[in-house]
Design a protein around this ligand. Structure first.
Ligand code: RAT
Ligand code: ZN
Length: 418
């Protein structure tokens, strides 16, 4: 292979890729943010950023306080302890710590002031509705997909009373309890008028489909989603597998919705740490292969939590075109792993995936999550286009833009529209 690309061509490609990655708006396809109509459920500001469970987990490594005593503190006091321990007593080098500083810096605050009360005062002065627009503009995020649970009463009451939708926010119907805690949700289903049975007999499967239909309509959901443990097996002789086969997948086929599987989370490894206490494990991807191959008329979205599973996931995606791979989820959302995963995905599945989602729980985080990811994506894509140019193939600006549009949301939209 000839490697002699002229210096000017190299500079042109490098500049085109960085500009395009920096300036292209993204569709953030998995977050825990809410339409502003949900009021206080949409978290933002310095205290919520500091008590983010990614930081709580890091801070507990330094704290001596007992878990329960920490949870009894006010949010401001928890935030102060995390700030002191992770930013003042130690240098804030971790990805989640750097993220807080990226956000402050991009908002125009002096990160070096190290003065939490002053930073807090600045946030208190922001107008919430202008602030949402500002964060979305800084992050260049044009659309945000929420994670909406029909089992969370804080949300359901607002869905039922109705509100005017903010068009920038789409919805994904999250059904973890339906597949993982069937027995505990039965009373709620029955109380809401669905004729379901513990042993899944009678009209249960039709009724679960009716439940999914009702909530999809209520939320105008664009896909159905679940997060699963590494032990997930399909097919299997259990409730979860039966519900997938007889309720979820028929409903998804009928409605044309994709079913998103986020696999690998071990909930409550250290329950005293609450949200910060979840861990991960490596799943067997045979179950994913079985899902895709036994259900060719269903569409699946997938992201996996363990770094070690990513290569296998790409190979499964090469076999099944009803599978769309997305994002670098949670513990994989760190620069070194994003870099490896993005390079590997481009090498094995070309342009047919969605490069990232933010998983933001606090609005401001979209700024850092996308800034940091864009840096890494630029690096990998530049390397890839320069490799192409070395073969004599000259990627045009239009082609590069088309590709980046695809990775930042168009591939996802096309997959959903199939
Ligand atoms: O990334 C996170 O914030 C996790 O707590 C989870 O929400 C995870 O992303 C999930 O959707 O289950
Ligand atoms: Zn999530």
């Amino acid at each position: 292979m000839s490697l002699d690309i002229s210096l000017s061509k190299r500079d042109e490609i490098t500049a085109t890729v960085s500009r395009s990655v920096l300036e292209t708006n993204v569709y953030d396809i998995h977050t825990h943010l809410y339409d502003p109509a949900f009021g206080e459920l949409l978290l933002w500001g310095i205290d919520d950023q500091l008590v983010y469970h990614y930081l709580v987990a890091e801070a507990f490594r330094h704290f001596e306080i007992n878990f329960n005593d920490f949870w009894k503190l006010t949010k401001e006091n928890q935030a102060q302890m995390i700030w002191d321990s992770l930013f003042i007593d130690n240098s804030p080098l971790s990805e989640a710590c750097r993220g807080v500083l990226t956000v402050l810096n991009r908002l125009g605050l002096d990160t070096n002031q190290r003065d939490l009360p002053r930073i807090r005062k600045w946030f208190k002065e922001q107008n919430p509705s202008e602030y949402i627009t500002r964060c979305m503009e800084l992050a260049k995020v044009s659309k945000i997909c929420m994670t909406n649970s029909p089992f969370d009463e804080l949300e359901t009451s607002r869905w039922i009373s109705g509100f005017e939708r903010d068009e920038r926010f789409t919805s994904a119907l999250r059904i973890d309890p339906l597949l993982l805690e069937w027995d505990s949700i039965i009373p709620q289903l029955i109380e809401s008028g669905y004729e379901v049975q513990h042993d899944l007999s009678g009209k249960t499967m039709e009724e679960v489909q009716r439940f999914l239909r009702d909530w999809t309509d209520q939320m105008d959901a664009v896909y159905v989603m679940v997060s699963l443990p590494p032990t997930f097996e399909y097919p299997a002789n259990n409730q979860c597998s039966k519900l997938i086969d007889e309720a979820i997948l028929p409903f998804c086929r009928e409605s044309g919705l994709a079913f998103a599987l986020m696999i690998g989370v071990k909930r409550g490894v250290n329950p005293a740490m609450k949200l910060a206490g979840d861990g991960l494990g490596k799943p067997s991807l045979i179950s994913l292969e079985n899902l895709c191959s036994n259900n060719p008329n269903n569409k699946f979205l997938c992201t996996l939590l363990s770094k070690e599973s990513q290569h296998e996931l790409c190979v499964v995606a090469r076999k099944f075109r009803n599978l769309h791979v997305f994002g670098c989820w949670w513990f994989t959302n760190i620069p070194s792993v994003i870099e490896d995963m993005t390079r590997m995905r481009l090498d094995l599945i070309g342009m047919s995936f969605t490069v990232q989602h933010s998983d933001a729980r606090v609005l401001d985080q979209i700024i850092y999550k996308w800034d940091h990811s864009r840096d890494t994506i630029t690096k990998v894509l530049t390397e890839k286009y320069l490799n192409l140019a070395a073969t004599g193939w000259k990627p045009s600006k239009r082609e590069i833009q088309r590709d980046i549009d695809g990775l930042f949301g168009q591939n996802f939209n096309q997959f959903l529209a199939k």
